[in-house]
Design a protein around this ligand. Structure first.
Ligand SMILES: Cc1cc2nc3c(=O)[nH]c(=O)nc-3n(C[C@H](O)[C@H](O)[C@H](O)COP(=O)(O)O)c2cc1C
Length: 413
């Protein structure tokens, strides 16, 4: 009976109750309008998620200014977006008011796209670079995050996810690579100044005990000097600082930590394990357990990267297929105290209705993610994103793009 399974037990997050352990992970799909407002396409994606039974939905990376966009059609959160965002929340909440809707606030920093944004950096990283940020500029970005949190609250969101993962500005500041001599670099206290300042200020400013605070964190980015490495030039894993970072956020009011790893522009297979290196999922389990062990019992750990597990077609060796699935590992990890909840990213594009189909005994009808990563290809190409495996028009679009790119290359050579 599904009712007995750990994945279907309720859990408290702050003063709210999530009715099961399924979370829709933050998934940018590049379909906002020119001002960064949600469009009908954005609404249709979230309407689907709100119907599908997951108890928490993390709104994709929503950026705090025009100049901090990584994607041309990225969602934005500035005062000019407040009205459109309020309408958006109202519409999705009409579908299911019990879903906990948190918004992932971000600034792209060195991942801001130079064609339409301003690429800025903390310390130039080979292959990235950008204008070196001044202390005053980082202070101004802190203000923008606090304002964005306030706009989220007033628009009707249930909480915020402060993005400290995947190589975006939050990551860039905290990683050991940031050994620049400035107020925001060098010592751990300096590198966490931005995150902790924003945390303290937003909790104080919002002053609502029912609002939820969290953060998605890359516990290990997987390159020298990245988050979770032993020093500015060290590839050796040492996650003690990542754990101190999440403890610091917990001390300042965080109710949940979403575990992640990697930096997709550098270590894609680590942040989203695919079938060629599925064992990266075990790094995630290890990081989830490390988070669970260090945080207070009431702070909820959400584990990422479960999509590759699907229904057991994942190339993981030395396991029975039936004991190698997303449902199996989700239930087991919750029972074993590895994580409290599980998030689905790519699986949510393929089919986010896992809880409903499971409940209704329609497991066989789940469209399982194949971890082919065509979805991220759309994102990298600045296209609207969808699952090309289950969506014929997107499959066709992808073929057209690849073909026209091939023809362009031929012309050039
Ligand atoms: C198309 C696409 C968009 C994504 N957008 C975001 C995002 O907005 N914020 C974020 O933190 N992670 C983003 N991710 C990463 C996912 O949330 C997730 O961490 C990763 O895919 C691993 O989980 P999975 O195995 O369930 O897919 C994105 C990934 C993909 C493929």
């Amino acid at each position: 009976m599904y009712e007995d399974k750990p994945l279907f037990q309720p859990i408290k997050i702050g003063n709210r109750t999530a009715h099961n352990r399924f979370v829709v992970n933050a998934m940018e799909c590049g379909d906002a309008d020119k001002e960064g407002n949600p469009t009908d396409l954005t609404l249709a994606r979230y309407e689907k998620h709100f119907k599908n039974g997951c108890s928490v939905i993390d709104l994709e990376a929503i950026t705090v200014s025009d100049e901090s966009r990584g994607r041309l059609n990225q969602l934005q959160i500035q005062p000019r977006n407040a009205k459109a965002l309020t309408n958006f929340v109202r519409k999705v909440k009409e579908i299911n008011k019990d879903v906990i809707f948190v918004w992932q606030l971000t600034h792209s920093g060195e991942l801001s796209h130079p064609d339409f944004s301003r690429r800025v950096c903390v310390k130039p990283l080979p292959g990235f670079g950008g204008d070196l940020l001044s202390e005053e500029e980082v202070e101004a970005i802190e203000d923008k995050f606090v304002l964005a949190a306030k706009i989220s609250h007033d628009a009707g969101a249930d909480g915020v996810d402060f993005k400290n993962c995947h190589g975006y500005l939050g990551s860039q500041l905290v990683r050991p690579y940031n050994d620049r001599k400035w107020k925001y670099g060098g010592s751990f206290a300096n590198r966490t100044r931005f995150t902790f300042n924003v945390y303290e200020r937003m909790v104080k400013e919002i002053n609502d005990p029912d609002f939820i605070y969290g953060s998605k964190v890359s516990i290990w980015e997987g390159f020298p000097g990245g988050q979770g490495s032993a020093g500015p030039d060290s590839p050796v894993m040492d996650i003690s600082e990542s754990l101190a970072l999440i403890k610091g956020m917990e001390d300042r009011g965080a109710n949940f930590i979403m575990e992640s790893a990697g930096s997709p522009s550098i270590t894609l297979a680590l942040s989203q394990p695919d079938r060629s290196i599925p064992v990266d999922i075990y790094h995630h389990f290890t990081f989830q357990k490390a988070c669970r062990d260090v945080l207070k019992p009431e702070t909820v750990v959400i584990g990422s990267a479960y999509s590759v597990l699907n229904n057991g077609n994942n190339n993981l060796q030395a396991r029975k297929k039936e004991e190698n699935t997303l449902f199996y590992w989700g239930n087991k990890n919750i029972s074993d105290g590895v994580t409290d909840m599980i998030a689905i990213g790519r699986q949510s594009l393929a089919d986010s209705s896992l809880p409903n189909k499971f409940k209704e005994g329609k497991e066989d009808e789940i469209k399982w993610c194949t971890a082919c990563d065509n979805c991220i290809e759309f994102l990298i190409r600045q296209e609207h994103v969808a699952c090309a495996t289950y969506n014929k028009s997107f499959a066709k679009r992808l073929l057209e793009i690849r073909k026209s790119e091939g023809e362009l290359k031929e012309k050039r050579t």
